[in-house]
Design a protein around this ligand. Structure first.
Ligand SMILES: [Zn+2]
Length: 319
């Protein structure tokens, strides 16, 4: 298959950045050929007899145009020819030695990454390669690979941007054995999974930092985040059975809502109950036991009666 010989250019006959891209043979003139080869900027040798350079590297004036093509302002793709002295000048290849600046390498949104890869032809790994790499992260306990990346990222963040809220969520999962085909490993059966996720208090980022089965809250995460230069100011935690032990251990009740940061004794970390979880608990309590209102019990019976009324053809509850 034909590939463009220019270093960093990903155009090939199968995968072109647009349908109008086509490929030119190297010129026969030795001097000219040498200039094409040096434009390609490759460390390996270019076989000028078989190699091709794609059309994105040539300015429009390099193309021969018949009077008919000029008048129509169009030339059929297979009839496009280069002038005999045409030299590639456009989209210069990025040399391997050109390393991005430190700031650029650590602060790059997905859009900028795609731009650098596709338009500037930086030799960066593709999305599937990155996914494959990320899938090799060990997901059991503290996610050290994630923390390593966060530590690098922290170098570009201000103190405000590094203020962190840690969310702790214990979820009940299907009590079954599962096979992970890629790892050829059997997991389970487990009852719960504990997930710890941190996110910026003033800036928009979030990252899972802990994942483990049937495990209590890991107290080391705050310290690990501190070592990566992230300052945990609050913890959002549901009131799951094993997480309640954490509340008790930290001495949190309605009068005491914070505890001293183990990494910095002058700082407090505030604990918040997860509001969504509280609403869920209120609903469950109402369905199981009901609430006492003015010495009278309000239970699910009144909701059931309402539903019955709404089903009768004569009476409808106003929506
Ligand atoms: Zn090319």
């Amino acid at each position: 298959m034909v590939h463009c010989a220019v270093f960093g250019c990903s155009n090939s006959q199968r995968k072109k950045e647009d349908a109008n891209v086509h490929f030119f043979r190297f010129p026969k003139d030795q001097n000219l050929r040498q200039e094409w080869v040096s434009f390609c900027n490759r460390k390996d040798t270019v076989n000028a007899k078989t190699a091709r350079v794609c059309s994105v590297h040539f300015a429009p004036e390099c193309l021969m145009k018949s009077m008919q093509h000029k008048l129509l302002e169009y030339s059929p793709k297979n009839r496009r020819k280069l002038k005999s002295d045409a030299l590639p000048t456009e989209r210069r290849p990025t040399s391997m030695s050109t390393t991005p600046s430190k700031k650029g390498s650590t602060q790059c949104c997905p859009k900028a990454y795609r731009y650098l890869r596709q338009q500037c032809h930086w030799p960066l790994p593709g999305l599937s390669t990155l996914r494959k790499w990320a899938s090799s992260f060990i997901i059991n306990g503290i996610l050290h690979s994630v923390l390593y990346l966060m530590k690098e990222k922290a170098k570009t963040l201000s103190e405000m941007e590094r203020l962190t809220v840690l969310s702790i969520d214990e979820m009940f999962i299907k009590d079954e054995i599962c096979l992970d085909r890629s790892l050829e490993q059997v997991f389970g059966p487990h009852k719960t999974v504990q997930v710890m996720m941190c996110q910026g208090l003033f800036s928009s980022w979030k990252q899972p930092v802990y994942y483990n089965f049937d495990a209590p809250v890991n107290k080391d995460v705050v310290k690990q985040l501190f070592e990566c230069k992230y300052i945990v100011v609050a913890i959002l935690i549901d009131m799951g059975p094993s997480n309640m032990a954490f509340w008790k251990a930290k001495g949190i009740d309605k009068d005491h809502v914070s505890f001293v940061d183990p990494s910095d004794p002058e700082k407090l970390i505030f604990l918040f109950a997860d509001v969504r979880h509280l609403l869920k608990l209120i609903r469950n309590h109402f369905l199981d036991k009901g609430f006492k209102l003015f010495d009278e019990m309000i239970t699910k019976n009144c909701v059931e009666s309402l539903l019955k009324i709404s089903q009768s053809p004569e009476l409808k509850i106003a929506k």
